[in-house]
Design a binder for this molecule. Structure first.
Ligand code: NAP
Length: 266
């Protein structure tokens, strides 16, 4: 199936490793030009170089801290200076830290709000004039926690703030449809990245186990019906499809990629 992404310009936020990196690489394989950012110059440059080598795609690494307004804006403007257009924006960022309600002060809430909600607002706002020109689309990479909050993971910051991202994106999908712009979400659940090692280590400490034991429980207890953590490439394939021309009649949806973990009907 030709996804129609050849020579499209795709911006992938938070892409030096994990889900963002896998998404950037998959777009590169489809012939897209990829603008990618993270805070660590060495890490994002290495990721961009490796993707360019592996896929022959043109990549542009940008150093940006997505919790800062000016960095969100610069990520988009610098990419536009280089490639002159924006067809797809993938909104992604680092995850808020684990913690229970009484362990988190106002500064922690404010930080998570800036990183998770305001980065989504700012990136979308900056990209919008270009999306109107290209009739492009936005994919918000969020979390299965918007459908089923994960109390056992101590992720109240993520549970609370990602819900706001979904309220925004669902509203935007209606508002922007008249301009030919699609807006969708993809929700990862238990995809094997460093973030999961961080979360499993936190759960392990709280429950007197090792991170490996925590992972084994997920994989063998039926919590994940497919019986394993996902590969970032499996997640990236879903994001790339939903951003592609072949998904041209899909907007306002939220697709979970979680090995069947969510219990809800939809
Ligand atoms: N993996 C899963 O199954 C899963 C499930 C639910 C939700 N999520 C969410 O999906 C997102 C990505 O997760 P992941 O698994 O890919 O995590 P990861 O492997 O830890 O990667 C996080 C990426 O975000 C970048 N980053 C972090 N903070 C940033 C900031 N302030 N500005 C710019 N870039 C930043 C990191 O690069 P630098 O350190 O170089 O900045 C890195 O490239 C997170 O929000 C996570 O909570 C993941």
């Amino acid at each position: 199936m030709d996804l129609g992404l050849n020579d499209k310009v795709v911006f992938v936020a938070a892409a030096s490793k994990g889900l963002g990196r896998a998404i950037a690489e998959e777009f590169g394989r489809e012939g897209a030009k990829v603008v990618m950012c993270s805070r660590d110059e060495a890490a994002i440059s290495k990721a961009a170089r490796e993707i360019a080598e592996a896929t022959k795609a043109e990549t542009l690494p940008i150093v940006a801290d997505l919790s800062k307004k000016e960095d969100c804006e610069r990520f988009i403007t610098t990419g536009l200076e280089k490639f002159g257009r924006l067809d797809v924006l993938v909104v992604n960022a680092g995850g808020p830290p684990p913690g229970r309600f009484e362990e988190l002060d106002e500064a922690a809430w404010d930080k998570a709000y800036q990183l998770t909600l305001m980065s989504a607002v700012r990136l979308t706002k900056q990209a919008l004039p270009e999306l109107r020109k290209t009739k492009g689309n936005v994919v918000f990479s969020t979390s299965t926690s918007v459908r089923q909050p994960t109390q056992y993971l101590n992720l109240i910051l993520s549970n609370a703030i990602r819900a706001a991202v979904h309220g925004m994106l669902k509203t935007l999908s209606k508002d922007l449809a008249k301009d030919g712009i699609r807006v969708n979400a993809v929700q990862p659940g238990r995809i094997a990245t460093d973030r999961l090692i961080q979360l499993d280590t936190d759960t392990a400490k709280r429950t007197g186990r090792t991170a490996e034991e925590v992972r084994r429980e997920y994989e063998t207890s039926g919590m994940i019906p497919l019986g394993r953590y996902g590969d970032p490439k499996e997640y990236a394939a879903a994001v790339v499809f939903i951003a592609s021309q072949r998904a041209s009649y899909i907007t306002g949806v939220s697709l979970q990629v979680d090995g069947g973990m969510l219990q809800a009907m939809f």
